[in-house]
Design a protein around this ligand. Structure first.
Ligand SMILES: [Zn+2]
Length: 223
């Protein structure tokens, strides 16, 4: 907390003056083109990892980057917070992309795999039900990358399941079908600093480096 408070002063005195004009523009409106859904984990810092600036990413972070699926009427079966963020991003901000980003060594994935539930954390236990489909799939269909630790295997599959949950929202399906919205699955490896993108063709996560970035950007242009 000490660092946090000193950091506020550092931002106020050193960083804000450098970006004052940008913040003045942003004060009245935002128009990010991407909605990123990622984990609350302190090691996953979207603006740092993607070198993005204020106003460029609309972000939702929660435990395990989970999205409760919707009913046929588009109502979340779980918490309303995630559904609200989806509606705001799609209908108001009209983002062109939604990225679901999981990560290595995710505590939520480890908890989802634990055989003994925690009676002292009933909310967490209930929340992690949204990762259950991924756990089932890992058990019955196997991992995308069997060289990873089991919780990382789950984390990768969980990204794909949460994209399916996103697609359970009619407004998301409609925009995707209209070609106005693209969904991507990413996975961040903390130790190496590598970000991976899910490639449907190879059914695997491939590192985003200079070469593959060009391919990904070209795909966005074609979409
Ligand atoms: Zn996590």
């Amino acid at each position: 907390m000490h660092k946090l408070i000193s950091g506020i002063v550092e931002f106020r005195e050193q960083h804000f003056p450098k970006h004052a004009e940008r913040f003045r523009e942003l004060a009245l409106a935002q128009s990010p083109d991407t909605f990123m859904v990622t984990c609350s984990d302190s090691r996953v810092v979207p603006d740092l990892l993607a070198s993005t600036d204020p106003g460029e990413l609309f972000v939702m972070r929660n435990v395990g980057n989970l999205i409760p699926p919707a009913t046929a009427e588009g109502i979340s079966i779980g918490d309303l917070s995630e559904a609200s963020a989806i509606e705001y991003a799609v209908l108001v901000l009209k983002v062109a992309n939604i990225v679901v980003c999981g990560h290595s060594e995710c505590g939520a994935m480890k908890a989802a795999m634990a055989r003994n539930p925690r009676p002292d954390a009933p909310n967490l236990e209930k929340w992690l039900h949204h990762a259950r489909t991924a756990a089932f799939r890992l058990e019955h269909e196997g991992a995308l990358d069997s060289t990873l630790q089991p919780h990382d295997q789950l984390s990768q599959l969980n990204v794909l399941v949460q994209i399916e949950h996103l697609m359970s929202y009619p407004i998301v399906r409609e925009q995707v079908a209209a070609g106005a919205l693209q969904l991507s699955g990413w996975w961040f490896d903390i130790a190496s600093g590598n970000m991976y993108s899910y490639e449907r063709a190879s059914r695997s996560f491939a590192v985003i480096d200079r070469q593959s970035a060009e391919r990904l950007i070209a795909r966005l242009r074609d979409a």
